[in-house]
Design a protein around this ligand. Structure first.
Ligand code: KG4
Ligand code: ZN
Length: 341
């Protein structure tokens, strides 16, 4: 089954073509210009998606050597995300599905991150513990089967990626900050300073990252960072902050795997690309765990993971009719009748 998938939930315009669960193309256009504002500007993001969506989709079809008429399924991110940005991809996907008279599957972006590991050669076995660490979300999930999961914990304030981005800003690094902290940490001392990470009393699997950001801020003021900053200091603070973040993610994930007696652990989302985090989690293989990460191309936002999740959703659905454009058409007809009136 040939799928065209669309992702426009934040600052990546992406389109992918899949043949069942195999990726034939995955085109990602990142809106790098947001870095000059220190974060994503929603209105500008939506407008750029509008500029790019057709050309990126055409490119994905061309690279996959697939014609418009060969597409059998369309999926697009429907939630969560920036509403204006989401609407561009969602409406484009729905309209194209209607015009081609093929089914349309809306896809939850977080679920797509969760299944992004299944795009690789090594797939986690059910049940597994999923840790989703992105710019907007931090979730610890027990996954029993496709679309059968229980959320064990989540962040009560900032997401992990958000904490990386905010601390990078405090250190005067660019946006997105995660990859830059990752890079600086490679040359820094992770034991240089101990930044505390809060425990959440109500639920041992919840995360809280706003405190660590504040403690970095106070620490920078205390040492008069602005007047003393040099490459070594930036590297050491980056490595120490990163160490605290990884420790918090690692402890809860391992505790969840132990409590639910699960041997497979799957990490996904932008922060899962972090080199030290990968090294730390990979050390669990010595204790008999199987640890999975998405391929680098699939760790940050991409349409391939949307296409894969849409395909699984369609394949596993008992009521496939709900994805067919018939309902959409009826709605559109009602609207047209009204307009004609
Ligand atoms: O999954 P993603 O592309 O978008 C969301 O759905 O949010 O994640 C983006 C986040 C950003 O906060 C970025 O700083 C972080 O992932 N990130 C990293 C690394 N690469 C991306 N954080 C730490 N280390 C990295 N290597
Ligand atoms: Zn994402």
């Amino acid at each position: 089954m040939i799928t065209l998938a669309i992702e426009t939930s934040c600052d990546e315009t992406s389109a992918a073509v899949l043949d069942d669960d195999k990726v034939k193309s995955n085109i990602i256009s990142s809106q790098l210009f947001h870095s000059k504002y220190g974060g994503v500007v929603p209105e500008v993001a939506s407008r750029e998606h509008l500029n790019k969506i057709i050309e990126i989709s055409e490119e994905a079809l061309k690279r996959a050597s697939v014609s418009l008429s060969s597409i059998e399924l369309i999926s697009a991110t429907s939630e969560p995300g920036l509403i204006g940005a989401l609407l561009v991809g969602l409406n484009f996907g729905k309209s194209l599905a209607m015009s081609l008279d093929i089914p349309f599957v809306p896809v939850n972006h977080i679920q797509a991150h969760l299944y992004s590991n299944f795009l690789g050669a090594q797939k986690a076995h059910f049940p597994f513990i999923g840790l989703i660490v992105s710019g907007g979300h931090t979730l610890l999930i027990l996954v029993d089967d496709f679309f059968k999961h229980k959320i064990l914990g989540s962040t009560i304030d900032d997401a992990a990626g958000e904490a990386f981005d905010k601390v990078a800003k405090l250190l005067g690094l660019g946006y997105p900050g995660g990859p830059l902290i990752d890079k600086h940490s490679m040359h820094g001392d992770k034991h240089f300073h101990k930044f505390p990470v809060a425990n959440v009393k109500e639920n041992e699997f919840d995360f809280s990252f706003s405190g660590i950001k504040t403690s970095v801020l106070y620490y920078l003021k205390k040492i008069n960072f602005e007047n003393h900053k040099d490459e070594k200091l930036i590297n050491d603070i980056s490595a120490s902050f990163q160490q605290a973040m990884i420790q918090s993610l690692f402890d809860r994930t391992l505790a969840a795997a132990q409590q639910y007696e699960v041997r497979d652990i799957s990490l996904s989302g932008g922060v899962s690309a972090n080199k030290e985090l990968q090294r730390r989690f990979n050390s669990l293989t010595e204790q008999g765990y199987n640890v999975y990460f998405p391929e680098p191309e699939y760790s940050t936002d991409n349409a391939a993971m949307i296409g894969l999740t849409g395909y699984y959703k369609f394949k596993n659905s008992k009521d496939k009719k709900k994805y067919f454009s018939e309902t959409l058409k009826q709605n559109a007809k009602a609207r047209l009748d009204y307009e004609n009136f």
